[in-house]
Design a protein around this ligand. Sequence first.
Ligand SMILES: Nc1ncnc2c1ncn2[C@@H]1O[C@H](COP(=O)(O)OP(=O)(O)OP(=O)(O)O)[C@@H](O)[C@H]1O
Ligand SMILES: Nc1ncnc2c1ncn2[C@@H]1O[C@H](COP(=O)(O)OP(=O)(O)OP(=O)(O)O)[C@@H](O)[C@H]1O
Ligand SMILES: [Mg+2]
Ligand SMILES: [Mg+2]
Lengths: 253, 253
Amino acid sequence: MTTVLAFSNQKGGVAKTTSTLNVGVALREMHYRVLAIDMDPQGNLSMSQGINPDFLTRSMFNVLVQRVPLDDVIQRCEIDIAPASIDLAGAELALSSVIGRERALEKALMQVKHRYDFVLIDTPPSLGLLTINALTASDGVIVPVQCEYLSLRGLAQLEKTLEMIRENLNPDVRIRGILPTMFDARTIHGREAIEILKESFGETVFKTVVRKTIKFAEAPVQGRSIMAYEPEGAAADAYRNLAKELLNANASE
Amino acid sequence: MTTVLAFSNQKGGVAKTTSTLNVGVALREMHYRVLAIDMDPQGNLSMSQGINPDFLTRSMFNVLVQRVPLDDVIQRCEIDIAPASIDLAGAELALSSVIGRERALEKALMQVKHRYDFVLIDTPPSLGLLTINALTASDGVIVPVQCEYLSLRGLAQLEKTLEMIRENLNPDVRIRGILPTMFDARTIHGREAIEILKESFGETVFKTVVRKTIKFAEAPVQGRSIMAYEPEGAAADAYRNLAKELLNANASE
Ligand SMILES: Nc1ncnc2c1ncn2[C@@H]1O[C@H](COP(=O)(O)OP(=O)(O)OP(=O)(O)O)[C@@H](O)[C@H]1O
Ligand SMILES: Nc1ncnc2c1ncn2[C@@H]1O[C@H](COP(=O)(O)OP(=O)(O)OP(=O)(O)O)[C@@H](O)[C@H]1O
Ligand SMILES: [Mg+2]
Ligand SMILES: [Mg+2]
């Protein structure tokens, strides 16, 4: 039984890409078969595994718009990656008049899904057609939230979008959890932000909190996950703990 | 003569909102008349001046889609703000079939522009219709870039979009400068990122570099610019220096 999870928050720079990759690799370490899909035209997930989006001859644009099989674009990295390039920005326009435009990703996944235990989808910082495709194809959503004031608000908008998706496209998709990221325990601001998150969202907030460390910015330069960059570090352990929380929640789904 | 500047980068969390507000207030301190427009449905610019987007009866959605005069939504804060709320996310769809959909903001600005020396526009982290409206209405674009590896790439996509805008909608709009933000001088990664920026973009990179400090996250909690939150601090000075650089460049435009 494959579990499909989207990492989504229209607030920018909250560690959607970083979380997609590192949850994926943490699951892989526990011998789960994992595919990660890059649905962001910036291609940050692809870059984070050493793929240069400018040199891709085939990528998610071709899968969604030209119905090229997902297998034709998947690359073996630390985990399997279906990469994206700038072309993907053109998919929103190219798909806008197509019947079933919201289900392009769901259809593409049908061919390969059974080979994986987890499919993780990185989304751009918006609630446009690319993110809607990801939410339509998903069983659940993980919402990374930076532990800073401006990030604390966007969740109402995401929840409204999810309601629309549940009514029209995918009745079962719901938020699996809110992940506090980039937490700086040394600042009062960070501690207050975590308090607000826990007060507002209670049990929906994961117990795992990912702390702020420059190592997360360094690892993508080498095209490596945090597990490969600093296997014994606290940063890698945070995502290992998160993967375990997800597995526990998954078991009782 | 009014100068209209958009703050744009589809990479998320690079300090677009923070820069729009603080450049605006720095110009205001030098007695320029400034209007800031929130074109992001998240309403972060509005929030940063103490406006609660949930309580707005009128906002940028009404201006763009229902042609409500801009004057009806402008609020006097530290600078004049035309606020946004979640409704604005519906503007892309509502405008998509309207003739002249890319010029809705430019048209709305005509009525009030003459009253200001500077109009500054905060954009969402995407290159959709809201950002295209901002770029069409602007004389120049300021591109904040976080001093981290994953942020360094998105500029090619923005440049492509600007070319399209120049050919079809606004022949004069071009990048006024790239602003290095959230620079952490203590890390090798930060210093290397700045080096890469300067090597790749030379003169286009502003001399001003905004350093990373938690004070930028604290100020919006109180609905205040960094100048109001910590008037004598280095953080406020960085944006004052940037405002001066802009004025010098403007003089020779
Ligand atoms: N826990 C962390 N501590 C410090 N830096 C982090 C952390 N997690 C991610 N980062 C860094 O912060 C920046 C933003 O993270 P990332 O790109 O993953 O966010 P995102 O939500 O995917 O952004 P976008 O909205 O543009 O897609 C990156 O440079 C990343 O390396
Ligand atoms: N120089 C800085 N140092 C530290 N934190 C900063 C700095 N500038 C901005 N911030 C904080 O970083 C976060 C992201 O900044 P901001 O929201 O302005 O970016 P943005 O590009 O507008 O994001 P989005 O893509 O979601 O619109 C905010 O919490 C802000 O308070
Ligand atoms: Mg990302
Ligand atoms: Mg913003």
